[in-house]
Design a protein around this ligand. Sequence first.
Ligand code: GLU
Length: 491
Amino acid sequence: MNKKVRVRFAPSPTGYLHIGGLRTALYNFLYAKKHKGDYFLRIEDTDQKRVVPGAIKKLIDSLDWAGLKHNEGVFVNEKGDIYEKGEYKPYIQSKRLEIYKKYAHELVEKKKAYYCFCTPERLDSLRAVQEKARLAPAYDKLCLKEISREEAEKKIANGEKCVIRFDVPETGETEFEDVVRGKVKFTNKNLDDFVILKSDGYPTYHLAHVVDDHLMKTTLVLRGEEWLSSTPKHLLLYQAFDWNPPQYGHLCVILNKNTKKKLSKRDGDVSVGDFMKKGYLPEAVVNFIALLGWNPKTEQEFFTLEELIEEFDISKLNKSGAIFDRDKLDWMNSIYLRKKEDWELIEPSRPYLEEDEEKLSDEYIEKIVAVEKERIKKLSDIAENKEVYLKKPTYEKDLLKWKDMDNNNLAISLKKALDIISSVEESKWTLENLKNKLLAAADPENRGELLWPLRVALTGKEKSPSPWEVAWAVGKRETLFRIQKAIEKIK
Ligand code: GLU
C-alpha cells in the first residue's frame, strides 16, 4: 500500500513571506489536497540571529489570506497567540533542540560525525590559504584526524567549545531523482564536512530538517531551487542514519521580467504583505503564482483553487526560470475584481476610502465600488478617485468650458443639466435612468456641450467617470449642489 502523502511548508521566520515562498506553499498545498494527504506548517528558526519577532504571525496571516490552510503544525488564534496542533508536536524547531542533540550524538557514536574544536581564526586562515590556491573552501578534517574520541570528550568536560561536523565521504557520488529536474548527481569530494550541531547547541538547517522530515513522515519535499546544492548533504545524512529519504523536487527561480535576474526586494513589491496592502485579491494572486513554474499544458488561464487542486500535477512543473510579469498580475486581478459582486468589495475597499475617523456607509461604498470596479486594477487604485465622492470639487472655472464655449453658453448648458437632474425623482435615481435622461437631452452631434460642463461640475477633473455615474453615486442633493456651485462660479 502507498504511504499517505505528507508534505510541509517550512519557512524561516526572518521577516516577510516572499511571493516565491507563497508559491512553494501553494504547490505543497495543491499536491497534498490532490492526493488527499496532509499539509503541515513547520517553523525553521534554528538560525536565531535571523529570527524577526512577530514574523511567524505575519507568515501565517499571509498564508491564511491566500486560503492555503494547513491542517497540522503551527497556528495563530484569534488573540494573536501562537499554538501548535498535530501528532508530531512541537513544529517549531527551537523547541526541538534536545531531539537534534540526540541525533547529532547518535551520528558521532556511529562514527559518521565528529567533534570539531577549530577556532574561527583557524577556519579563517584555512579559508584564506584555500582561496589563494584557488580551491573551494572546505574543512580539512583536522579534528577528525588528530583528536581521538577520548580526547574530545575530555576537552568537552573541560568546557571547551566545539561543533559537530558530518564526515562527508571523500569518494563516490550522491545521486537522486528530482521530481522537477530528473536525475541530479553530485560528487561527494566537492562537499564540505558541514556542521550539524553548532557550539550554542542549535542544529544547523541541514540536520534539523532531515531529522524533522523523518520523524514527521514527510513523503515529498518541494522547495526552492536554492536548496538543490544542499540536497546531497541531506541525502548523506539520511544514509548515515539508515533512514529512507523523502522524494525531493526543486522549484524553478522566479525572475524579474526586465533583468532576468532572480526577483528580489529591489524589484519592488515581492512580499505577500505588499500585495495584500495594495488590495490584490487572493484568488488572483494564487492563480497568477500557480502559473509561475507550473504549466497546465492547456489554454486555460483562470483557475479557482479547487480547479488547481484538480489539475495540479508535479510532472508539469518547469525547471527553467519563470518570469514575474506584473502587468499580467494586474490584468488578472482586474478580471477577478470585475467578477465580484459590488457588495463583496465593500469591506475590502473601505480602508482605501475612509480617512481619519470618518465612517462611510456600506451603501455609499457599494456605489463607489460599482462605478470604479471596471476601471481599477487593484483595490488601492480606488483611492485615486476618492475625492470625487468624498470632497467638494475644486477647479478653475475655465475647465468647465467645452471646447470654445463662452460664459453664456456654459451657463445655458449647466442650467439645462440642472433642470434635467431636478426632474429625476429620488425613487427613479438609478444609473440607467440618469444615463438615458442625459443622453436623450444631449445633442448627438455634440454631446460634450451638455456632458462636459456637467461632469467637471460634479468632479472638478479633466478625466473621471461619466456624469451619470458620479451623479448616481453622490446622490441627488449633492449633485444639485455641485451644479449650483458651478453656475455661481461663472457669474
Ligand atoms: N527553512 C527553509 C526556507 O526557509 C526551508 C527549506 C526546505 O523546505 O527544506 O526556505
